[in-house]
Design a protein around this ligand. Structure first.
Ligand SMILES: Cc1cc2nc3c(=O)[nH]c(=O)nc-3n(C[C@H](O)[C@H](O)[C@H](O)COP(=O)(O)OP(=O)(O)OC[C@H]3O[C@@H](n4cnc5c(N)ncnc54)[C@H](O)[C@@H]3O)c2cc1C
Length: 340
């Protein structure tokens, strides 16, 4: 679901999500016919911030395919699919992407690591480019439950409380093995898990959340589970410590440590943090990747092109700067025993 995160007073996340909804919706309208990958709708918020809000139901693959086709038309992209990057290494002014045998997959002066929770293994464990405290990413597994809709929808529009219930989604562009008319609900929120197995326990948890929103729909879920027609989709969200994305140039933690040696309290603007030239991040989109990805990517691309940030967005860009954790970590004085 593409929807804004509404709060009583604006927060960085509510502002980011409002901007993200607008730009993503504009991209959908520009590139994907409605009904073939997305549909505008409204959602009834039942619990937190109650009320009816505009939203859209999106099949992310439809938008990604449209972007890929546009890039292909403009000859603006080369792709290499199914290639796991094990580590990144600096070679002169270039970054090299290496596979598990240390063989070179690709190289470029500018790299954007956009591999969600995989960014942690890539940058911390395999490349030692930063420490875990400077890149505090957490996996949060989620599972959605869905099935073909063979009757009338059980609610007039989507409902949201502890999770979202979509009584009807119709899409003529779905791959043949998916029902063209379906209902869906979810998603579970399992912190610390990074497997993608679909489980009956997670379906049960979705049924319990659904029961609080629309009891007949919970019965529909349990019937589909019993007759073997219930489908599931599970994946891993990537969340940061402060639940905001990490977008921008990667901090140079070695250089930062030298600046802070001996440990002292110094004030330096975030923007003055030493950076690893050419290495950028776009990760930790949490539960809101559909909403945030496009806005974050356009701002990162603009900064790579040397465009100055808009004044009214400067604080948002600082809020998602990947160096914010490196600074906090470097500022912290080590315990007395460690200092001795
Ligand atoms: C059940 C569920 C429901 C959700 N519902 C919503 C929703 O309603 N609305 C919403 O906005 N968001 C939702 N989200 C969140 C959304 O899916 C994510 O925020 C979004 O997918 C993040 O996009 P991403 O490109 O950063 O990461 P991903 O989509 O996770 O893509 C990262 C990619 O990097 C690849 N990768 C990782 N490591 C490497 C490596 N070393 N080398 C090469 N490739 C690598 C992975 O294979 C993957 O393809 C949901 C998530 C889940 C799990």
């Amino acid at each position: 679901m593409l929807s804004a995160h509404v709060t009583r007073a604006p927060t960085p996340l509510s502002r980011l999500s409002a901007l993200g909804v607008d730009t993503t919706l504009a991209e959908l309208q520009r590139l994907v016919p409605q009904g073939q990958g997305w549909r505008a709708c409204e959602v009834d918020n039942l619990g937190h911030d109650p009320g009816r809000r505009p939203a859209a139901l999106v099949r992310p693959a439809a938008l990604v395919q449209a972007w890929l086709q546009e890039a292909a038309r403009l000859s603006a992209m080369e792709t290499m699919w199914q290639a796991q990057v094990h580590a990144l290494a600096r070679h002169g002014s270039l970054w090299q992407a290496l596979d598990t045998d240390g063989l070179h997959l690709a190289e470029a002066p500018v790299v954007v690591v956009a591999s969600a929770f995989g960014s942690l293994a890539l940058l911390v464990e395999h490349s030692a480019l930063t420490g875990p405290a400077s890149l505090p990413l957490r996996p949060v597994k989620g599972q959605m439950s869905l099935a073909a809709l063979r009757s009338e929808p059980l609610a007039a529009r989507p409902q949201r409380n502890q999770g979202v219930y979509v009584p009807l989604y119709e899409d003529t562009g779905l791959p043949p093995h998916w029902p063209a008319r379906l209902w869906a609900t979810g998603s579970t929120y399992e912190r610390g898990r990074h497997d993608v197995a679909v489980s009956a326990v997670a379906h049960d948890s979705n049924a319990a959340s659904l029961n609080a929103m629309c009891p007949p729909a919970a019965r529909q879920l349990r019937e589909a589970m019993a007759d073997g027609t219930l489908l599931g989709w599970a994946q891993v969200r990537c969340a940061s410590l402060d639940r905001l994305p990490l977008v921008g140039a990667a901090p140079d933690c070695e250089a930062l440590r030298s600046l802070m040696e001996p440990p002292r309290r110094m004030r330096m603007p975030l923007a003055a943090t030493p950076r690893l030239t050419g290495l950028h991040l776009l990760t930790a989109l949490g539960s809101r990747g559909i909403t945030l990805a496009h806005w974050c990517a356009t701002r990162l691309a603009a900064s790579l092109d040397g465009e100055p940030a808009r004044q009214d967005e400067a604080d948002l860009l600082a809020a998602i700067d990947p160096a914010r954790f490196a600074w906090k970590h470097a500022r912290r004085r080590p315990p007395a025993a460690a200092r001795a």
